[in-house]
Design a protein around this ligand. Structure first.
Ligand SMILES: Nc1ncnc2c1ncn2[C@@H]1O[C@H](COP(=O)(O)OP(=O)(O)OP(=O)(O)O)[C@@H](O)[C@H]1O
Ligand SMILES: [Mg+2]
Length: 949
């Protein structure tokens, strides 16, 4: 009763209703003289209700206080002044009825109040998993099982046993599996927005207030939160400056912090049906899952088997989760379930027949029991689909039609929408009695006035499957149009659904229009996988619609970009090929450049180079001379980059020089700065003095054109140079500036690089604890971003540090890991560097000197071709010297140290110089070398922490 009156008021009618409620016996019947009889309700109970109604303000519900306690549903209630009511001596203590307080999931508990059968083992495991959560250590749990096996039921039970925890939940929806952040929006909205139906501006205000209150540091990132919540937020410079490729990562960090502030207490977060999760939510969930150990949250997901949606163990990074596979019920449990549902109605033989047929699937068992009433058990259907299908077939035609129409809208639908869809349709009618006749399949959604839902997704599927193909298309069209009418002003808000329905309806024009809209919207949310899906839907219909080839090509190109950003490089290649097939001759060269850059990203440098060559030829078709020249320069620049990555430094330098000449002429500052930068990097890595000429050139240009990524790269490289040259304070300063810029544009991965670089200085200084923390940080960030190169480099540094600190076993493991990873990437120079450290470890450990010397010499011999930094070359010579010294070959030892000294001096590498001097002094049994000590002092190196080598 209370729910009904609540729903009536919430239905937003124009009428200023006031409601009074009471409970008790009444007299009801026809009253009055025979010629004027009316049906009336009389008595104290009715009078009380009427008096309360009279006192109630418009849109208020008043009732005696004690009644709220008698309701099965929990409502918010506010006491009002005790009321003196006409005809009553005692004042009535009344309350004003507020909103329903029990959440949808609690409602689920009530709905599934039938006892849980079996599952003791699973419950024990689940309950035990909460102990660490209560102490502040989070976990991720996956409940996996076939449809109808009882995941949701188990989850509801689990939920009800965790009464001391806060409980939050959201479910994924098959129709929304391409709507970016659908499930997180549903999870977050209730925590931030008071009234979901309030106008949009109010949500914006509420969001800002909440963030201001609980996490003010996040205010600059508000637009990112707005994207997840679908709330409009004014842009901020911080978000605008983020590079597209890094926005996603920043968004993850921001939402994580917001959630931390919103839910500080031990909490159970329940996510249902993540096999249908949208990709953007899935990635966010992966991020939260990977970092969840430090938060008091138990994140519990349910999903069906298979690799769709969010699967904790597969994906980058894999999330450590406890996976519980839900098996079918045992026969005795199944029989218990049948008896619990059927009571005494079925014979033992019938129960047996049902148990055998259902194979332990609780949903199937229940549906079979329902059918058995009418059909008997002689000929039981094989699947849930079939059993539900037969029951649907037995419905009256108009009810059956209604059910099927509803199935087209989805598992959850609202009455108004379906009325709209049905308008003018004689074959189906959504009167309220019809819904009552369908309770076997559909129930009212108690929290949404006029809302309905299928009792189970599989029941909806069965209803949908029964629709012939043509009919389905027709209905999707109607549903799409009904949505379109309802959101005539703001179709953008539901363009994802519109795109889906119209594409299922085969409405080409609308599919094209809404898919482009949805694609753009997904792109703005950095949801590239979803963007690709929608653009894909658009291009699919484009030809049949007769869209201009050039326009089609442009969409393929955007699609390729979305695929590239989401790391689906193969799909990106396909899309680019389609774009090339449709694009005009003059657009070919630019597309080929993109083809090459894609190969470069994959590390396929020679393939990339072939594309650049093709691009150069195709550029001839560009009529405007300047445009042509620009593309040509961009192609040469790309070529230089690939040659550099291949370690072909000479060639790369030559190409960079070409770029410098032509770019200057064209006023093409971007390419010019990149070429300068490339020259500086190469000369620095080679320890060549030519680097000085390029040192100051790139930075001011990048500054002028506002290219933050370029600036950050230059600063980092200047830092490396300063580090090699023993200007360590300056190096730290440069790294710090680079790090700040990278943080600003959201380039977390390269932030890890600078962190690693600062660690190298600290490790050299003998500040092992500080350095270790930095390297670990870098490894963690790089691992979670799936950046194996950076992770391996930082691991190599951790290994070196362990060796220096005398932890040889750790060092061995770390260096092997690093080496394996670098080898498989084919990162030549880095492989050699780690190999050098391995030799260093072996020498420190006192392994066979002849063998270590061989390893060092061999590594060194490959240095010239692959660009090994001079510091590493000097290190290798020192290792060789130590080996010679151990075999008492002092002449060779001294010669090696002299070579180390020479290399260090030529490259102005002070630290290495000091190490070589120190070793020489030791070899000659001198006390210490004054020059070396002076250098160490200047660099802040703790000499006592240095290993003997
Ligand atoms: N152990 C159980 N004891 C009693 N009833 C159960 C049990 N397991 C499931 N049920 C009932 O069986 C039906 C199907 O279960 P449920 O909805 O939990 O399946 P599911 O695994 O979540 O399926 P889906 O993948 O479609 O979401 C529900 O009505 C549920 O109440
Ligand atoms: Mg379920």
């Amino acid at each position: 009763m209370l729910r009904t009156v609540r729903a009536v008021l919430d239905a937003n009618t124009e009428l200023p209703l006031s409601i009074g409620v009471s409970r008790g016996r009444v007299f009801a019947g026809e009253v009055g003289a025979p010629f004027r009889r009316t049906y009336t309700i009389l008595g104290g109970t009715a009078a009380l209700a009427a008096r309360l109604m009279a006192k109630a303000a418009p849109r208020q519900i008043l009732l005696p206080e004690e009644l709220t306690g008698q309701s099965a549903t929990r409502f918010a209630a506010e006491p009002v002044e005790p009321l003196k009511l006409k005809g009553l001596t005692e004042p009535v203590r009344a309350v004003s009825l507020g909103a329903i307080e029990a959440s949808a999931a609690e409602e689920q508990d009530q709905r599934t109040a039938k006892p849980l059968i079996g599952r003791q083992r699973e419950m024990a495991v689940l309950t035990a998993s909460l102990a660490p959560v209560r102490l502040g250590f989070g976990s991720v749990i996956e409940l996996v099982g076939e449809a109808g096996v009882g995941k949701s039921r188990l989850l509801a039970e689990f939920r009800s046993t965790a009464e001391d925890l806060r409980r939050l939940g959201a479910r994924c929806d098959e129709y929304e599996s391409s709507t970016p952040y659908f499930v997180f929006r549903n999870l977050l909205q209730p925590l931030i927005v008071d009234d979901l139906d309030a106008p949009a501006e109010q949500h914006t205000g509420e969001l800002r207030e909440t963030v201001e209150r609980i996490a003010p540091a996040l205010l600059p990132w508000l637009p990112l939160i707005g994207l997840v919540l679908d709330v409009d937020v004014a842009p901020t410079p911080e978000v605008d400056e983020l590079q597209p490729a890094f926005r996603r990562a920043r968004l993850h960090g921001v939402v994580e912090e917001l959630l931390r502030a919103l839910i500080p207490q031990p909490t159970l977060i329940l996510l249902e049906d993540v096999h249908w999760i949208d990709e953007a939510s899935s990635e966010l969930l992966r991020h939260l899952g990977a970092t969840n150990a430090s938060r008091p949250w138990a994140i519990c997901c349910t999903r069906r088997p298979g690799d769709e949606g969010f699967v904790a163990a597969t994906g980058t990074p894999p999330v450590a989760a406890m996976t519980i596979l839900l098996e079918p019920l045992r026969d005795d449990e199944a029989a218990e379930l049948v008896r619990a549902s059927a009571g005494e109605r079925l014979t033992i033989a019938e129960v047996d027949a049902i148990v055998r047929r259902a194979g332990g699937n609780p949903l199937f068992l229940q549906e079979l029991v329902t059918s058995a009433g009418a059909e008997g058990t002689s000929d039981l259907p094989d699947t849930v689909d079939a059993v539900v299908g037969t029951r649907i077939d037995r419905l009256a035609p108009s009810d059956r039609a209604l059910l099927r129409w509803a199935s087209v809208i989805g598992v959850i639908f609202d009455g108004e929408l379906i009325a709209d869809v049905l308008a003018g349709e004689a074959s189906a009618a959504g009167d309220s009695e019809a819904w009552d006749r369908l309770t076997e399949f559909i129930e009212r959604d108690p929290y949404v006035a006029g809302g309905f839902r299928f009792r189970h997704a599989l029941i909806r599927d069965a209803a949908y499957e029964g629709l012939p193909f043509r009919r389905r298309r027709e209905l999707h069209q109607r549903v799409g149009e009904a949505y379109e009418r309802r959101h005539a002003e703001t179709p953008g808000e539901i363009c994802e659904l519109l795109s889906l329905h119209f594409s299922l309806a085969g409405d080409l024009e609308r599919t094209w229009r809404f898919s482009l809209m949805a694609g753009l919207r997904a792109k703005e949310k950095f949801a590239n996988i979803e963007a690709a899906e929608f653009y894909g839907r658009a291009v699919e219909v484009a030809r049949a619609l007769g869209v201009e080839p050039a326009e089609q090509a442009a969409i393929w190109e955007v699609l390729a970009e979305a695929c590239t950003f989401s790391g689906r490089l193969e799909n990106a290649k396909d899309a680019l090929a389609r774009a090339r097939a449709l694009a005009a001759p003059s657009a070919q060269a630019a597309l080929m450049l993109k083809e090459g850059l894609l190969r470069e990203e994959q590390g396929a440098y020679s393939e990339a180079l072939r594309w650049y060559t093709r691009g150069e030829k195709a550029a001839a078709a560009i009529p405007d001379e300047r445009d042509r020249a620009r593309i040509e320069v961009a192609l040469i620049r790309a070529r230089a980059q690939s040659r550099f990555r291949q370690g072909r430094y000479e060639d790369a330098l030559k190409l960079a020089k070409d770029v410098i000449e032509q770019a200057a002429e064209l006023d093409d500052l971007g390419d010019l700065a990149h070429a300068y930068y490339l020259c500086h990097v190469i000369h620095t890595l080679r320890g060549s003095p030519d680097r000085h000429a390029f040192r100051g050139l790139a930075l001011p240009i990048f500054e002028e054109v506002g290219d933050f990524a370029g600036q950050a790269s230059v600063l980092n490289n200047l830092g490396i140079e300063a580090y090699y040259e023993g200007r360590w304070d300056e190096a730290r300063d440069l790294y710090e500036r680079s790090r700040k810029l990278r943080e600003r544009i959201g380039d977390v991965i390269n932030v890890a690089t600078t962190t690693n670089n600062v660690g190298e200085i600290e490790s050299d200084q003998g500040r092992y604890a500080d350095a270790e923390e930095r390297f670990r940080d870098a490894v963690r960030i790089a691992d979670s971003a799936g950046q194996s190169l950076i992770a391996a480099v930082a691991r190599g540094n951790l290994g070196r540090l362990a060796a220096r600190a005398g932890r040889y076993a750790d060092a061995d493991e770390l260096l092997s890991d690093a080496l394996g990873a670098l080898d498989s990437i084919g990162a030549g120079p880095s492989v050699l560097e780690v190999q050098a450290r391995r030799a260093e470890l072996l020498a420190l450990q006192g392994s066979d000197p002849a063998e270590v010397e061989r390893l060092a010499a061999e590594t060194l011999s490959r240095a010239g071709a692959e660009g090994l930094p001079p510091t590493v070359q000097a290190l290798l010579e020192r290792i060789r010297a130590a080996c010679f010294a151990r075999t008492a070959d002092l002449v060779e030892a001294r010669a090696a140290l002299r070579r180390a000294l020479e290399i260090a001096e030529r490259a102005q590498a002070d630290y290495e110089r000091a190490l070589a001097l120190r070793a020489l002094a030791a070899l000659e049994s001198r006390q210490a070398d004054a020059n070396a000590s002076a250098i160490f002092k200047r660099l802040g190196v703790d000499e006592t922490a240095l290993p003997p080598l």
